[in-house]
Design a binder for this molecule. Structure first.
Ligand code: TXA
Ligand code: MG
Length: 346
């Protein structure tokens, strides 16, 4: 179904609630609204309305077996949508909410099966963004929202990215400027023993380990322990621009640059438009499409935007520098390895 997508640019100098009234009405009436959070833009619908939630999957072309996160704007709502909330959840919430930490908990009867893709667990998060919070409050219902991209594409960090993917498929896009974090929230399963980090994000494995000494990474699970059952989203290809992505694991800047030179001078790639995305500031300009992040946090912040930007400029091959997989770097590497068509270690 083609919709007429409205676009709402938030004016900081005006009253926020008044500007969001129409968006809240749309959510309450079963429509779809894309909105900013501190991580990436979300594609929101009333989480208590099964039909509205189904329309999220259609708009994104999302497989029906991949559950979505429920967004709340008041900590007390947690015990309404989750049951058997363990004490550790309360401790983590105290430390990290509002913020980019999503908790997997046992769902209450109020949450429809469409949200959880048939699972008895639900993911809940309290975003640290005033537009998201005000929208949830005004709507008066929790908002189910995956990232507001077409399935498989890089997540949107600006309203323009949302428009590229979802124009004609959502009722309203709220433009609240670029998001701050740039990669999606950390997803933590505390229903399992030991607790499991399903998706790394800005709230890091190391920070969570301080509260959960036996915390495991999803990647530490063996095949028999069934990774795809624990985190259904992880089996799909993700974050991919149309350009080919070559992820280069190099010891240092000089080794990375050597590989870049080698690719640029090879016959196979001579006529290609090549982009370079690095952590380190490089010693020369290899390409007109070259960006250095300088820090892992900045890397997370720009990653999806650069992918979309290079793609728009018809860059055919992107040479990407790997980063150490600790702290926020772990989240960056998770997204890079999923986006990569090929990886080399040198
Ligand atoms: O930062 C974010 O989390 C953004 C913003 C919009 O809040 N949302 C987001 O949603 O990234 P999405 O749907 O793109 O990613 C949610 C991830 C998926 O990998 C999904 O499989 C997993 O969370 N997930 C959702 N519910 C789950 C559940 N009950 N059990 C295990 N994993 C779940
Ligand atoms: Mg997503």
């Amino acid at each position: 179904m083609v919709k007429k997508t409205k676009y709402l640019k938030i004016d900081e100098s005006k009253n926020l609630s008044e500007q969001l009234q129409e968006a809240a009405d749309i959510i309450r009436n079963g429509g779809l609204v894309a909105f900013p959070t501190e991580t990436v833009y979300g594609l929101g619908a009333n989480a208590l309305n099964a039909e509205a939630v189904k329309s999220i999957f259609a708009a994104k072309n999302r497989p029906a077996d991949n559950p979505v996160i429920v967004h709340i704007a008041n900590q007390n709502d947690l015990s309404r949508y989750a049951i058997e909330v363990p004490n550790i959840a309360k401790t983590l919430i105290h430390a990290f909410w509002p913020g980019p930490l999503t908790l997997v908990l046992r769902k209450s009867a109020e949450i429809p099966m469409e949200v959880t893709a048939g699972s008895e667990t639900v993911t809940i998060r309290f975003p640290d963004h005033k537009i998201a919070q005000e929208l949830i409050r005004l709507a008066g219902v929790p908002i189910a929202a995956p990232s507001a991209n077409t399935s498989g594409r890089p997540s949107p960090t600006t309203a323009q990215h949302v428009l590229q993917d979802l124009d004609g498929k959502v009722d309203l896009i709220i433009d609240g400027g670029p998001t701050n974090v740039g990669v999606e929230s950390t997803v933590l399963d505390i229903t399992s023993q030991p607790p499991l980090l399903l998706r790394p994000g800005q709230v890091t494995f190391e920070e969570l380990q301080a509260f959960l000494p036996d915390l495991q990474l999803l990647t530490q699970l063996t095949a028999e322990e069934n990774v795809t059952v624990r985190s259904p989203g992880m089996k799909y290809k993700h974050y991919s621009p149309k350009s080919t992505v070559l992820l280069i694991h190099a010891h240092d800047r000089a080794t990375f640059e050597k590989k870049v030179r080698e690719v640029l001078s090879s016959e196979k790639h001579q006529l290609q438009k090549i982009g370079v995305l690095s952590l380190d500031e490089l010693s020369e300009k290899f390409s007109p499409y070259q960006v250095s992040a300088k820090t892992p946090s900045k890397y997370a912040h720009i990653l999806f935007d650069i992918f979309r930007n290079f793609e728009e400029q018809e860059v055919e091959l992107i040479l990407v520098q790997a980063v150490p997989a600790t702290g926020v770097g772990r989240a960056v590497m998770d997204r890079l390895t999923r986006a990569a068509d090929e990886e080399v270690w040198i």
